[in-house]
Design a protein around this ligand. Structure first.
Ligand code: MN
Length: 251
């Protein structure tokens, strides 16, 4: 089984290293193609306006681009065979609710999804103290399940690990995306030269939604597994819009 590993925290990130260690020695052919530096919150950006440089390093292929560039370069150039699964992460920090739209970690999985390759995005809620080895072992189990079950539909799993040791997580739970209610802020300050600058931030998020949301499960100390797809059409709004008299805005 060919497994492509990538992330958005860069090829030197601890989470990617833990993932590689957790998946090694399991009859899996691992290839790492990852950004050469941190690319968090780059979402699904692809580099079209300049050339990409790709270095073959002891840690894997280091790309001076985004996570999406990495998947693109791997599938269309670097890899001799198409990967059977793309695993992205383990991200330093959660990717829950609407935050999946900012995430480079999840975007790499979306890119695989678009190419018809099953994908798993992995995120550690606790940026520093998480049980990385436990998360990587669980990721290996998910890869094995994908190999066994061979789901007919293209599958993208967004996985978030709670804080605390893996021994307390229990079996992963299937969830839906929750809705974040940030206390968003634009923090204004003054730089040493007297010029104002701004920093996008916010306090710890709270969330809305039931017990089956990703937020609720991770908060409860469990591993959240949310299947995602890119079918963005709003069917109920489409049905409603069909009733509108759009001849009034057309020529
Ligand atoms: Mn990241």
């Amino acid at each position: 089984m060919n497994v492509l590993l990538t992330n958005d925290d860069g090829i030197h990130a601890h989470g990617l290293n833990a993932l590689r260690e957790g998946l090694s020695g399991r009859d899996l052919r691992l290839t790492v193609v990852a950004p050469d530096r941190e690319q968090s919150a780059t979402s699904h950006a692809i580099t079209l306006g300049r050339p990409l440089r790709i270095d073959d390093t002891p840690r894997g292929y280091a790309v001076d681009g985004t996570p999406t560039d990495c998947v693109w370069a791997a599938v269309h150039g670097i890899l001799k065979e198409r990967p059977d699964v793309v695993v992205s992460g383990i991200n330093h920090g959660p990717n829950l609710g609407e935050d999946v739209t900012y995430s480079g970690t999840v975007a790499a999985a979306f890119e695989a999804h678009i190419l018809g390759i099953p994908a798993i995005a992995l995120s550690m809620t606790d940026r520093h103290e998480g049980d990385w080895a436990g998360a990587a072992a669980l990721a290996a189990g998910l890869v094995e399940l994908l190999r066994e079950r061979r789901p007919a539909r293209r599958t993208l799993l967004n996985v978030n690990f709670p804080s605390g040791p893996a021994s307390g997580w229990g079996a992963p739970r299937i969830t839906r995306l929750g809705t974040r209610t940030y206390s968003e802020q634009l923090i204004e300050n003054v730089d040493p030269r007297g010029r104002k600058y701004y920093w996008i931030g916010g306090a710890e998020p709270t969330w809305e939604g039931g017990e089956d949301t990703d937020f609720a499960v991770v908060h409860d100390g469990g591993v959240s597994v949310t299947p995602l797809h890119l079918e963005l059409t709003d069917e109920s709004a489409r049905t409603e819009l069909l009733e509108w008299d759009l001849s009034r805005v057309g020529s």
